[in-house]
Design a protein around this ligand. Structure first.
Ligand code: MD3
Ligand code: FE
Length: 217
C-alpha cells in the first residue's frame, strides 16, 4: 500500500524550487501538450525552423523559430530581438492565446503576477542537438522571469550559478514540465546536454522547448 501511495504521489503535479526564484512545475502543461505541439506546427509552416549561425560563425545544432511581437535571432552580427523574421521579412507569427495563457498562469504560480511575454522562442532538438552553457542576457529588464515549457523527448538540463565556473546541477526535463526562471536565477548559467536518441509518442524523434520572454519594455 505504501508503495502504491508513493508512486501515485510521484505522478502528482508538484513544484520544486531548483534555486532562488527558479520554480519547476512538474507536468504543468501536460493536458495542453498535444495542442501546443499542433500550434508549433502551424507556426513553423509560416516561419520554418532554421539553424541560426552564431557571431563566431558556427551553425547551432538546435533549430529555432519564434512567435510573438519579437523573435530572438542570431547571425554574424550578434544576438538580438527582431520584429520580423529575417528569412521571410514578414512579422513573426502571432503568439497563440493558448501559449500566452499558459505562460501567464505559470508565472503567476511562481510569484510573478505581472508577467506578460512579448516573445516566444521555439527550440527544436533532434538527437545529438545540445545547447552549451550560457546566460540569457538579450532582454531589456531582468526583473521579468522567463517561462520555459518542455515537450517531447526528455533532456538533461544543466543549471549552474551567476559565474560560468560555478558547479552545475543536472535535472531531467520531461514532456509537459514548465519552469519559471525569476529572481536571482534569472541570470544563472544553463544548458542542455546532447539529446539522447528516442521517439516520443506525441512529438516523434524530437524535443521542443518554448521560452516565453519579455524581450522589450
Ligand atoms: C535559466 N533553452 O532558449 S530552457 C534558451 O531547453 C534555453 O531549450 C533551453 O536556454 C532549452 O535560452 C533551456 C530552460 C531555461 C530557459 C531560460 C533560462 C533556463 C533558464 C533563463 C535563465 C536561467
Ligand atoms: Fe537560455
Amino acid at each position: 500500500m505504501q508503495d502504491l501511495f508513493s508512486r501515485l504521489d510521484a505522478e502528482k503535479p508538484s513544484r520544486e524550487e531548483m534555486a532562488a526564484g527558479a520554480w519547476l512545475l512538474n507536468r504543468y502543461a501536460l493536458e495542453d501538450a498535444n495542442n501546443l505541439l499542433q500550434e508549433i506546427e502551424g507556426i513553423s509552416d509560416a516561419a520554418p525552423f532554421r539553424h541560426m549561425v552564431t557571431p563566431g560563425g558556427f551553425s547551432m545544432s538546435v533549430a529555432m523559430t519564434n512567435c510573438g511581437t519579437f523573435g530572438w535571432v542570431a547571425d554574424r552580427r550578434g544576438y538580438r530581438y527582431e520584429k520580423n523574421d529575417p528569412v521571410s521579412g514578414k512579422m513573426w507569427p502571432v503568439m497563440p492565446d493558448r501559449f500566452m495563457t499558459l505562460a501567464v498562469s505559470a508565472a503567476k504560480q511562481a510569484g510573478f503576477p505581472d508577467f506578460v511575454p512579448n516573445a516566444c522562442l521555439i527550440n527544436r532538438y533532434e538527437p545529438g542537438a545540445k545547447m552549451s552553457l550560457h546566460q540569457d542576457k538579450d532582454e531589456k529588464d531582468f526583473t521579468n522571469p522567463i517561462v520555459s515549457v518542455s515537450l517531447g523527448l526528455p533532456a538533461t538540463f544543466q543549471f549552474g550559478g551567476l559565474d560560468r565556473k560555478d558547479a552545475v546541477r543536472k535535472y531531467l526535463l520531461n514532456h509537459g514540465d514548465v519552469v519559471v526562471w525569476g529572481g536571482p536565477s534569472r541570470l544563472f548559467y544553463h544548458g542542455i546536454l546532447p539529446l539522447k536518441e528516442g521517439v516520443h509518442e506525441s512529438a516523434g524523434r524530437a524535443r521542443f522547448n518554448l521560452t516565453f520572454r519579455r524581450a522589450v519594455l
